[in-house]
Design a protein around this ligand. Structure first.
Ligand SMILES: Nc1ncnc2c1ncn2[C@@H]1O[C@H](COP(=O)(O)OP(=O)(O)OP(=O)(O)O)[C@@H](O)[C@H]1O
Ligand SMILES: [Mg+2]
Length: 213
């Protein structure tokens, strides 16, 4: 499989919005959400925000109704998520994929596996969505350490919220990682606003091109 895995320093940090922005920035890249819990449908949201047709997504995966961690949502649905049997990667070898995790890197999916083990199986470089606000240095560096401890490659960080140049510099310095963009909090959060930002301000140095084209 070719592409990037999008994780976050937390749930609700902006992984889905970033995934849509990456598809806008690198047209032709396709989206996959292997584990979805709760009523939100990240796949539909990515297609809506990136103004893509259904062909741009892969719909296979584990879908659980409770809006909690996958291990718990699965327990409540009386199933056990098995990374080997339930989560089959798409076969189309020509496509580049944006794969969105659930929550952050160390979120459990069953009694022994975490999202980071799914990342290891897929073997994709990882992009981290992080906040811009106080606390983000610690959360982002912890995420980077957890990924590198498993020999996963960190392609970069995208910060979401009102830009904070000091936090950006600290993440780049202490994390030895590029920040590929700072997505402001949009007053009116529309597909058009996201498109404008993604086209002009996401990954201006084309660092992700090798993974997504
Ligand atoms: N730059 C932004 N401006 C305004 N609203 C935003 C922005 N980025 C994200 N949001 C909003 O914040 C919420 C959380 O974003 P998003 O769904 O992308 O997070 P997530 O990390 O994918 O969450 P989950 O862990 O549930 O998958 C959404 O309602 C989204 O529309
Ligand atoms: Mg999401």
């Amino acid at each position: 499989m070719r592409g990037l895995f999008v994780t976050g320093t937390d749930t609700g940090v902006g992984k889905t919005v970033l995934s849509a922005a990456l598809i806008i920035r690198y047209p032709g890249a396709r989206y996959w959400k292997p584990i979805q819990t709760g009523a939100d449908d990240d796949t539909a949201e990515v297609l809506r925000l990136s103004e893509s047709s259904r062909d741009a997504a892969y719909f296979h995966g584990v879908r659980l109704p409770d809006p909690v961690s996958p291990h718990l949502a699965a327990q409540r649905a009386n199933i056990r998520i098995d990374l080997g049997t339930h989560i089959a990667a798409p076969k189309q070898s020509d496509a580049a994929w944006i794969v969105e995790g659930a929550g952050g890197a160390l979120v459990p999916v069953n009694e022994s596996d975490l999202i980071v083990h799914l990342m290891e199986r897929l073997g994709l470089p990882v992009v981290i969505a992080s906040r811009t606000t106080l606390g983000t240095i610690n959360h982002t560096l912890l995420t980077i350490e957890a990924l590198r401890a498993r020999r996963l490659s960190v392609a970069g960080v995208v910060m979401i919220g009102d830009p904070d140049p000091d936090n950006r510099r600290a993440i780049e310095h202490y994390g030895s990682v590029p920040v590929l963009g700072e997505m402001p909090r949009f007053e009116a959060f529309t597909a058009a606003a996201l498109r404008k930002w993604a086209a002009g301000s996401l990954d201006p140095e084309n660092r992700l091109q090798e993974f997504l084209q």
